[in-house]
Design a protein around this ligand. Structure first.
Ligand SMILES: [Zn+2]
Length: 263
């Protein structure tokens, strides 16, 4: 079978299929980071690694220095850190060195998300900087999907990835705007995510592990080794060969990250 060409020559080639896996959203501050990096390098899996605050953002930037072919760093203040993270003077200079902004967004689990909340303020200020620099953004929107879309709609952003989106109505709006969505390994057992994947535009879908999140129904496993299973499930749901689905998700990841991905 002829394989689709990957546009981006620098992406490491997956050993068997001739195309790469991309874990489009994960965190690399867990204790087994060396093991995860070893797996990613051995299999040619590229990692879009996100910070959640200044410290973890600096960590992903330094991991990129150590693993320049494998790690693409995203920096930012996660909704869980917004109350402590209002001093954003570090963010612009960090973003200049990063592939994009992330993980940023809104989530009422941690603190209020209303108009005058710290979460909104921190999100808006980060989006403004990302907009000015034309950088891609990774958005966390759990239980605040419509609110996030509302805020995003007031900016003129480059590429947007709605990571682990779980809201069916928000998926339709996100696709209309050309936002990317990423599916986590919960796709393997969640009927709702499977319905959403069937309805997604295959040109806008990425796969992620959100490591160190572990997946109970999958035996508590975590990490980028789950990405091939997510792509396998997508191929089954879309009725497409695995290799085509792998090539499509890798091309989507390359398009999402744009020139910022080249290192
Ligand atoms: Zn995350």
């Amino acid at each position: 079978m002829r394989r689709k060409a990957i546009e981006w020559a620098e992406i490491p080639l997956y050993l068997w299929s001739g195309v790469s896996f991309v874990d489009s959203h994960l965190h690399l501050d867990s204790r087994d980071v060396d093991e995860l990096m070893g797996f990613a390098e051995a299999t040619g899996t590229m990692l879009f690694a996100c910070g959640i605050d200044r410290k973890t953002s600096e960590q992903v930037l330094s991991l990129r220095t150590k693993h320049p072919k494998t790690v693409r760093p995203f920096v930012g203040v996660h909704p869980s850190e917004a109350l402590k993270g209002r001093d954003l003077r570090w963010f612009g200079p960090s973003l200049d060195k990063a592939a994009g902004a992330g993980e940023i967004g809104l989530d009422p689990t941690y603190s209020p998300t209303g108009e005058r909340s710290a979460q909104r303020e921190v999100l808006r200020r980060q989006l403004e900087v990302a907009q000015n620099r034309g950088k891609p953004v990774q958005v966390h929107s759990r239980n605040a999907e419509q609110e996030c879309l509302e805020v995003l709609g007031t900016f003129n952003l480059g590429n947007v990835l709605m990571h682990w989106l779980e809201d069916e109505a928000a998926l339709a709006h996100a696709s209309e705007r050309g936002y990317y969505v990423s599916f986590s390994p919960a796709l393997l057992y969640s009927g709702r995510l499977q319905r959403m994947a069937r309805r997604s535009d295959p040109d806008l879908v990425l796969a992620e592990s959100d490591s160190p999140v572990s997946y109970g129904p999958l035996g508590g496993v975590h990490g980028p080794s789950l990405v091939p299973s997510v792509i396998y499930k997508l191929s089954e749901l879309w009725g497409k060969p695995f290799d085509d689905t792998l090539a499509a998700t890798a091309s989507n990841a390359v398009r999402f990250i744009g020139s910022a991905g080249k290192g």
